[in-house]
Design a protein around this ligand. Structure first.
Ligand SMILES: N[C@@H](Cc1ccc(O)cc1)C(=O)O
Length: 412
């Protein structure tokens, strides 16, 4: 398929739906020479459950593959560790496995052939002697100030921040060299890390790469994505009824195109996904008392939406149906894979039993303060930690306990 695309057509595909790119000449060079495919990587820190928003970078990955690129997906387990110090590395590794299953299933759901896709686990090379020494070399040419600035939009910003947040952007820069790619792809939130990589790799004798950036797409459900509101994200394993419920709450004000997550999902996922299948993207919106609306591009959708021809209710219903179909495919893969199910249990152990056990113990405690310690606020936060952080701690504790038990079982 890619063989019949000209260098120009490939460039158009690569740039489609991007917000920004840096160092395009690097790509241009490889494309015009035409001797080998452009190689690109996208990295993801393996932390919380990947949600529907992951379709957005995946559709870009699909376009890269279609343009004949060699694509690597970095399952950045060590970055997950650096960003969530509470999570033991074993847990983060299980999450990396879980991410691999999800990403593969998302790509399958949009019919992307993944033979030219390569998964790389961060810890498989980031602990080598060479990498470690290069990290030290980088740390000797990057100031604390610049490392901190680079991570500002990506690394979790906390009080009494640890050194891990400074190591994170350095490693992300180094990954470009070790993954032997021409390009790093990511959201525009990665921009400052990309700029750091561009500047500092030559200082330790490596070449600079090109950087491609996706816009930040508003969340599908709810107004803002919020950790304390579980309804603000749609998990890839959410059942249809829950998807319907969450999408009902989605923010889609009549005639308002800006910040409209439902329209954005059409622009960055549903239209490109159908374009991959049929050559030309097509999205159909059924209406109660009128002919269906058929769209092949987002401009027309936005225009109709502004003019209230395409109304929120019909748009939401159509997106809900399309999403349910996509996720049905993902969930079928999940049901068919006992290995994936096993990994899911280990990567995200249910926090509930842990909580009950703790409270029971605390009730009998001799220390009156102890029971209060685990009391959650209405928003799920505990002692200044957000609900997400709290459940991460619980996940981590539960997972660690399980691992210990398993280790003991193996030893016995
Ligand atoms: N910073 C990326 C993850 C990442 C980690 C390492 C990389 O080399 C690339 C990307 C994120 O926000 O998820």
């Amino acid at each position: 398929m890619a063989a019949d695309l000209s260098a120009e057509e490939k460039a158009t595909l690569l740039k489609n739906n991007l917000q920004e790119w840096l160092g395009w000449d690097v790509i241009e060079d490889v494309l015009t020479k035409g001797e080998r495919p452009v190689s690109i990587y996208w990295g993801t820190a393996t932390t919380g459950r990947p949600h529907c928003g992951y379709f957005v970078p995946m559709l870009k990955v699909a376009e890269f593959l279609r343009a004949g690129c060699h694509v690597k997906i970095l399952l950045a387990d060590i970055h997950g560790f650096l960003d969530n110090l509470k999570a033991p590395i074993e847990l983060v590794e299980f999450r990396a496995k879980y991410y691999k299953y999800v990403i593969t299933a998302l790509l399958r759901a949009v019919n992307v052939p993944i033979d030219k896709l390569e998964f790389v686990l961060g810890s498989s090379y980031q602990l080598s002697k060479e990498y470690t020494m290069d990290l030290f070399r980088l740390s000797s040419v990057v100031t604390e100030h610049d490392a901190k600035k680079a991570g500002a939009e990506v690394v979790k910003q906390v009080e009494n921040a640890t050194l891990s947040g400074l190591i994170y952007p350095l490693m992300q820069s180094l990954d470009e060299e070790y993954l032997k790619v021409d390009v790093q792809f990511g959201g525009v939130d990665q921009r400052k890390i990309f700029a750091l990589a561009k500047e500092v790799l030559p200082k330790i004798g490596y070449k600079t790469r090109a950087h491609l950036m996706n816009p930040m797409v508003p969340g599908l459900a709810g107004g803002k994505m919020s950790a304390s509101d579980p309804d603000s994200k749609i998990d890839v394993l959410d059942p249809p009824e829950l998807i319907r419920k969450k999408l009902k709450k989605a923010y889609a004000a009549p005639k308002e195109v800006e910040g409209n997550g439902v329209l954005s999902f059409c622009e960055y996922v549903l239209l490109p996904a159908s374009a991959l299948q049929e050559g030309e993207g097509k999205f159909v919106v059924k209406r109660r008392d009128a002919e269906p609306l058929v769209y092949t591009n987002i401009k027309q959708m936005q225009k109709d939406y502004r003019e209230d021809i395409l109304i929120p209710q019909d748009l939401k219903a159509a997106v809900t149906d399309a999403l349910i179909v996509l996720l049905e495919s993902v969930q079928r893969d999940f049901q068919a894979s006992p290995e994936w199910q096993e990994v899911e249990k280990k990567a995200y152990p249910p926090a509930e039993p842990e909580k009950k056990k703790k409270q029971k113990k605390d009730r009998g405690s001799r220390y009156p303060g102890a029971a209060k310690e685990v009391e959650a606020q209405p928003d799920g936060s505990v002692e200044g930690k957000t609900q997400a952080e709290v459940s991460l701690d619980k996940d981590a504790a539960a997972a660690l306990e399980k691992l210990e038990l398993e280790k003991k079982a193996v030893e016995a």
